[in-house]
Design a protein around this ligand. Structure first.
Ligand code: PHE
Length: 454
């Protein structure tokens, strides 16, 4: 057996955890989710989800990984033999996410290139769709693979593979130390440029005008919990795995607060930048801001190229800046999404890290090819929706019930956090994880499932 790997420093761990949290979700998902769900008023469910559920669960995941020092399945197994399966469920969730996540990063990489000379032309929507539709008729036949999409995806896989192959300290930690500061600088430049564009304030008005009437709608709460959990990379075994690489005596509570607040700060800034830019586009096209808002692939790959086309100057540069930001943000998250599978596989099969990296990346690449076929876009939409709501939220809920009620392990985990941390976690933590969050989450999941079926 190899020696258990470790982070070089606590700041390395925090950067890697923040690198996992800050990803595509912060830049293209969060702004739209806020807009859709009440604008400024969304802050209320968002903050409640953050402080009553997400940060407590983040600390719980840290505590499990740090105390039990294993991958998600092994750590849960060490808590109780009956809990191992939830660790595997989380490994599966992260694996499913990575297979489509990589494809989005692949698009972003292509678009960084297309930005030079704004190669997408005037009709950005047709340009994006033509990437998918111009080859072959039968999408399950080999001709259904869209090479212009697959090749950048393979390149991104190769880079992620290389980082993971180098290991926790020389790979993940180093990549996070380089990319995270760079990312923050890029976002700040981008935000300043966006809010100084003509029309930007109209965009911000639309983003922040609160609509309190929506607060009684459970879908809004579903969206808030879904967004916060996805954004902090919870319920996917990642934080358990990452904290298992911490030295025995490392502060947990403080690290969790830093990671939680840094991630929210980043997405807040991203929302301002995105809506500033949308306000600008609306003014240019002489339409209402609400007509240009969109999310997911459409926002980044159809609307943003339009915005960049309309830029007064330096179009190519800002294109590279925006898509480069997406690539960098996605990259450290992608690395983190693979690590639960790698560490679990390594321990279960008793193989070397490098062998586990080969297996998981090889398998992941194969599955991600499905999203580069002609049906890729619709498939991505379905899987993304399903895995976020039911994969992540469900696994977090089950973990809380198992640990709080079945195994009754919250008290020892709290003692563990407090024995290593400066900030002491109070009884509130137990109240949140045992009562408040499971109740709210069960309610949201049940009513969400019902409205999904209807
Ligand atoms: N948190 C990352 C994002 O916001 C991605 C991610 C989601 C990572 C879920 C792990 C689990 O894009």
């Amino acid at each position: 057996m190899e020696q258990k790997e470790q982070w070089g420093s606590r700041s390395g761990f925090i950067l890697a955890a923040v690198g996992s949290a800050i990803g595509l979700g912060n830049i293209w998902r969060y702004p739209y989710v806020v807009y859709e769900n009440g604008g400024g008023a969304f802050l209320l469910p968002y903050l409640i989800a953050l402080f009553t559920a997400a940060i407590p669960i983040l600390l719980m995941e840290y505590a499990i990984g740090h105390k039990k020092r294993g991958s998600a399945p092994l750590s849960y197994k060490r808590l109780s033999d009956r809990f191992e399966w939830i660790g595997w469920w989380q490994v599966l969730v992260s694996f499913v996410i990575i297979t489509y996540y990589m494809v989005i990063i692949g698009w972003a990489a292509s678009y960084t290139y297309f930005s030079m000379g704004t190669q997408w032309g005037d009709d950005t929507q047709s340009f994006f769709l033509s990437q998918y539709l111009n080859v072959g008729e039968d999408f399950w036949s080999f001709g259904g693979i869209q090479w212009q999409i697959l090749i950048p995806v393979i390149l991104v896989w190769a880079l992620v593979y290389w980082v993971l192959h180098r290991g926790v300290n020389r790979g993940i930690e180093l990549a996070s130390k380089i990319l995270m500061p760079l990312l923050i600088v890029l976002l700040i430049i981008f935000t300043i440029r966006a809010i100084t564009l003509p029309g930007a304030m109209d965009g911000l008005d639309v983003l922040f005008t609160p609509d309190f009437s929506k607060m009684l709608n459970t879908d809004v709460w579903f969206a808030a919990y879904g967004q916060v959990f996805f954004s902090l990379s919870l319920g996917a075994g990642i934080m358990i795995t990452y904290s298992s690489y911490l030295k025995k005596k490392s502060d947990l509570a403080n690290s969790g607060m830093i990671a939680g607040l840094a991630n929210s700060g980043f997405e807040f800034l991203a929302a301002i930048a995105v809506f500033g830019a949308l306000g600008f586009l609306a003014v240019q096209q002489n339409v209402a801001v609400t007509e240009v808002v969109s999310s997911g692939p459409m926002l980044a790959f159809v609307v943003f190229p339009n915005i960049i086309n309309a830029f007064p100057s330096l179009n190519s540069l800002f294109g590279v800046l925006f898509f480069g930001t997406l690539v960098f943000a996605g990259f450290t998250s992608a690395v983190s999404l693979l690590e639960p599978g790698i560490s679990a596989f390594k321990e279960k099969m008793n193989i070397s890290r490098k062998a586990a990296v080969n297996w998981i990346c090889g398998l992941g690449l194969l599955v991600s090819i499905a999203y580069t076929t002609r049906s890729g876009l619709s498939l991505l939409d379905i899987v993304d929706n399903f895995v976020n709501k039911f994969g992540i939220l469900f696994s977090a809920l089950v973990a809380m019930i198992l640990i709080g009620w079945v195994g009754k392990q919250l008290n020892p985990l709290r003692d563990h956090i407090n024995s290593v941390s400066d900030i002491q976690v109070g009884k509130w933590w137990i109240v949140m994880l045992k009562f408040i969050s499971p109740l709210i989450l069960s309610y949201i999941l049940i009513s969400g499932t019902i409205s999904e079926i209807n």
